[in-house]
Design a binder for this molecule. Structure first.
Ligand code: PLP
Length: 445
């Protein structure tokens, strides 16, 4: 059976973000079969610790009966109905209210989508619409940052600051400009880059800034508090909206419900997806401020020509409600904070005991380390040594799934385990990380 699945995969399944060549030569990397707690099991019976919560999203862990029950109950009662033309349904209404109640004060209305990319495209369109209905149709450009990741639909690919994503079909829109990330430069330099970028096109042409609190796919870049606070001030000063992309950081990941709360800053919009349902069913959305909502209420005319078939999907909403209930009842935000301290300690140990581990960082249960040739001068390995990829492979052999970020010649290893992880499991995971790096380091000498 397994060999048959391999052949069918090669023949018919176009994998997202994968190498078609590699798939043809080697078949699927593995075929997962089961998930329980922080573990995945494949068709060969191999067990893995999912150190990335799959794609930074399975916050409550795998195999949650309550979520399966919530989906089954709603599927039987009312699987789907549209929210167009002001039709509504109970789970979507209750979820909009719940998300408003847990998000930072003054963000109290929600537009639903099916995932992260759609959420960012929606936020960008809403920002442009917001200015247009106030008589400022030229305020359209979007400021984002290099190494930022916002998805793969049209506007979100354009907002993404990783050029590799533009190669496939071009950048999409040209109304996006990228400032430097707060990575390997000072807060002043990164804020200055933001100001220079805004001034290069003029704020009268800019609708919004979009950025993640912690830049995930760009390599887990964790800015200091004053950077995000100054960023908010710059947006105020230049009269541009602040879209906070919480698609990874939302729903407890950093040790607060939303990542931006770590910085005591209130954005104008929050985009979310992933952790809102822990990946059990697709769902995303945009939370907007009261101020934006007021403008929409007063100035909008006719139908808002934007909506997805699955905006306000009742089954997705029912699963999200149950998922948030689990996060709250099991104190998973608190656990993220507490286990985050353990993760941070473990990363420090790796850095002091292993020769090439450097630039460790974490907040709650998201973290990273970098492999560098000479930590004293931050000298990188040559990309052809593929150090990060070797570590990911070695980890895989040791039953841990992690993720490498290698843009701009970096060798970054990321960690983002489910928020239910306990100390024993975290120790086990990080011991295997230690062994994998040690093994690769031996080959480097
Ligand atoms: N924004 C951020 C910060 C993300 O990490 C991602 C996905 O990894 C997205 C947006 C896009 O989300 P999706 O893949 O659900 O479209």
């Amino acid at each position: 059976m397994k060999q048959k699945l391999v052949e069918l995969d090669k023949k018919h399944f176009i994998h997202p973000s994968s190498s078609i060549q590699q798939q043809l030569e080697q078949g699927p990397k593995t075929i997962f079969d089961k998930g329980e707690n922080i573990y995945l099991t494949d068709k060969n019976g191999n067990e893995f610790i999912e150190a990335m919560s799959s794609l930074w999203n399975v916050n409550v862990g795998y195999g949650r009966q309550e979520l399966a029950d919530a989906a089954a109950k709603q599927l039987k009662k009312l699987a789907f109905t549209s929210s167009f033309s002001s039709f509504s349904n109970e789970p979507a209404i209750l979820l909009a209210e719940k998300i408003s109640s847990i998000s930072p004060q003054s963000l109290n209305a929600v537009f639903f989508t099916s995932g992260g990319s759609e959420s960012n495209d929606s936020a960008i369109k809403l920002a442009r619409h917001y200015w247009r209905i106030q008589g400022k149709p030229n305020k359209r450009k979007i400021v984002a940052r290099k190494r930022g990741y916002h998805g793969v639909s049209s506007a979100s690919t354009s907002a993404t600051g990783i050029p590799e994503f533009w190669e496939m079909a071009g950048r999409g829109e040209d109304e996006f400009i990228h400032a430097k990330a707060p990575f390997e430069i000072t807060v002043n330099e990164s804020i200055q880059s933001l100001v220079d970028t805004i001034e290069s096109v003029g704020s009268k042409n800019i609708a919004a800034f979009i950025g993640e609190p912690i830049m995930g796919a760009g390599g887990v870049i964790i800015p200091p508090k004053e950077y995000i606070q100054q960023l908010r001030e710059v947006c105020n000063q230049y009269n541009i909206l602040y879209i906070d992309d919480e698609i990874i950081c939302g729903f407890g990941r950093t040790g607060k419900m939303f990542g931006i709360e770590q910085y005591d800053v209130i954005p104008d919009m929050i985009t979310f997806a992933k952790g809102v349902t822990s990946g059990y069913i697709p769902l995303g959305g945009v939370i907007i401020s009261d101020q934006i909502h007021e403008v929409l209420k007063i100035k909008s005319k006719g139908v808002m020509m934007h909506g997805f078939t699955y905006s306000g999907h009742p089954t997705s909403a029912a699963v999200a409600l149950k998922n948030i209930e689990i996060i709250e009842n099991e104190n998973l935000v608190e656990n993220s904070k507490n286990m985050g301290k353990v993760l941070s300690e473990k990363l420090k140990k790796l850095q002091s005991n292993l020769k090439h581990v450097s630039n460790i960082r974490s907040m709650g249960l998201i973290g990273a380390l970098e492999m560098v040739k000479n930590p004293e001068i931050n000298e990188r390995f040559s990309p052809h040594e593929k150090v990060a990829s070797q570590i990911i492979e070695s980890l895989f052999q040791k039953g841990v799934i992690s993720r490498a970020v290698t843009y701009d010649g970096t060798d970054i290893i990321c960690f983002c385990p489910p928020l239910i992880i306990n100390e024993e499991q975290l120790n086990d995971m990080m011991n295997r990380v230690y062994q994998a790096i040690q093994e690769v380091e031996k080959k480097l000498i």
